[in-house]
Design a protein around this ligand. Structure first.
Ligand SMILES: Cc1cc2nc3c(=O)[nH]c(=O)nc-3n(C[C@H](O)[C@H](O)[C@H](O)COP(=O)(O)OP(=O)(O)OC[C@H]3O[C@@H](n4cnc5c(N)ncnc54)[C@H](O)[C@@H]3O)c2cc1C
Length: 282
């Protein structure tokens, strides 16, 4: 590893679980020791190279066996375009089903991450297809998109499990909310729907306001609420929630593409404050 990369890794380690399957499984154990479950994602997206796609499937397979062997409490998360969606739907579906089946054999759960708006339809289509035969699957939905409550309704009606986020991809005119207040308002609307209509879902946010509101809404609901946060962001709040008995999940990305991930996160305007604050605080 070059010197620049080594220095970069010192910073990135806060958000990344390492480079290899063994690295991330060790980090996952530490989260488990603090009472937190994990969601492990192998970094990589927008692949057009079939060998990289194949390699991602193989890595998830190794990850699942290692998690099982070492008794890791947690799930995995895949990105549609790392499994082939940039090339075509059928390739993606077949790779996604392979991962879901492998996970199912080990009684493990697979979250589908949500990427840029143009992948949303096919991601949900593949998710609903998998859901017909597998219960170990969940999907991320972004409140930044205007369509999201509609998507949540049809997924919940099909018995699916939602992980609600605000959304990390750039907003697009006519389909996204640009104003943070609107994204938050839609998050609340979606969260209220989930509390009334879903048996179990995840709220993946570091936002105190959303978390406080969720804790209040839960008092009037029978729903099981899971909380999710990214590794390295608001770690002390995550540990506090876990100590309070909340079902807390830490999302841990890993893999050789950690530098690209870290640089991209830093470049994202909306996230730069979040990331910079995360460097200086816990
Ligand atoms: C588990 C998980 C999975 C995700 N999966 C996806 C995905 O599949 N697709 C996708 O598009 N996005 C995903 N995201 C990212 C998500 O969309 C948001 O970009 C990101 O979580 C920031 O949004 P937020 O809800 O935390 O709220 P924001 O409004 O961005 O910020 C949170 C608020 O919390 C407080 N805060 C945040 N950090 C700190 C800190 N360090 N110290 C003190 N206060 C702080 C501040 O008050 C801030 O305003 C995921 C996020 C998580 C946690």
């Amino acid at each position: 590893m070059s010197l620049v990369k080594q220095v970069g890794m010192l910073f990135a380690k806060k958000w990344i679980g390492g480079v290899t399957v063994q690295d991330v499984v060790s980090q996952a154990k530490r989260s488990n020791d603090s009472g937190e479950k994990v969601i492990i994602n192998y970094l990589g997206e927008d692949y057009f190279d079939k060998s990289r796609i194949k390699q991602s499937v193989a890595t998830y397979s190794r990850l699942l066996s290692q998690m099982k062997n070492e008794g890791i409490a947690g799930d995995i998360a895949v990105k549609p375009t790392q499994l082939g969606l940039s090339i075509g739907y059928e390739l993606f579906l077949s790779n996604y089903m392979k991962v879901v089946e492998l996970a199912g054999k080990s009684h493990m759960f697979v979250w589908m991450d949500m990427e840029d708006h143009m992948f949303v339809d096919d991601s949900i289509r593949a998710y609903l297809t998998a859901l017909k035969s597998h219960r170990n699957v969940g999907i991320c939905i972004q409140s930044k998109l205007m369509r999201s409550l509609w998507d949540i309704k049809r997924i919940v009606k099909s018995g699916g499990k939602i992980r609600l986020v605000k959304g990390a991809y750039p907003a697009r005119k006519g389909i996204s909310y640009f104003d943070k207040a609107e994204v938050d308002r839609n998050y609340i609307k979606c969260m209220e729907y989930l509390f009334k209509n879903s048996e179990e879902f995840m709220l993946a946010t570091h936002d105190d306001r959303m978390i406080e509101m969720a804790l209040k809404l839960r008092k009037k609901s029978k729903a099981v609420v899971l909380f999710g946060m990214l590794r390295g962001i608001r770690g002390s709040l995550a540990r506090k929630l876990a100590l309070d008995g909340e079902r807390m999940y830490i999302y841990i990305p890993f893999g050789p593409e950690w530098l690209e991930y870290s640089v991209r996160r830093l470049k994202e305007m909306e996230h730069s404050t979040l990331i910079i604050r995360s460097i200086i605080s816990d």
